[in-house]
Each structure stands twice: as C-alpha cells, then as structure tokens.
Design a binder for this molecule. Structure first.
Ligand code: SF4
Length: 64
C-alpha cells in the first residue's frame, strides 16, 4: 500500500490541481478531501505529483 497522503484543508485554496492529477484519490468541492488512499503504484506517483504541484503545500505524503 505505502504511505497514505494527508491534506491540510486550512491551506487548500481549491485550485483542483490534485484532483486532475489523481482523481481516484482527491476530490475538490470548494476544498480538497481524500476519497480513498492510493491503491496502485501509478496512483501513488500521481499523489506525489499532486503534492509537488499543490501551490500551498497542503498535501502531505508520508514517508515509509
Ligand atoms: S492542489 Fe492543493 S490547493 Fe489545489 S485543490 Fe489540491 S490540496 Fe487544494
């Protein structure tokens, strides 16, 4: 499975970038929420990309 992402809702500005990159994991309705943990290597890579592009650094990807 790997580490599960986290989101800091207070930092989210609702830009939607994470949901575009990883739509299975992130949903944005005004602000982001996690719908489920990433289940595949491709989804984990997409979550990592989302964390990199998030303009406010709201997405955390745990180490492990
Ligand atoms: S990329 Fe960051 S700021 Fe944009 S919706 Fe996702 S968590 Fe919020």
């Amino acid at each position: 499975m790997g580490p599960e992402p986290t989101v800091d809702v207070q930092r989210c500005i609702g830009c939607g970038a994470c949901a575009i990159l990883a739509p299975a994991v992130f949903a944005v309705v005004q602000r982001v929420r996690i719908t489920r943990p990433p289940g595949t290597a491709a989804e984990r890579a997409a979550v990592a990309a989302a964390a990199l592009v998030c303009p406010t650094g709201a997405i955390g990807v745990g180490r492990g």
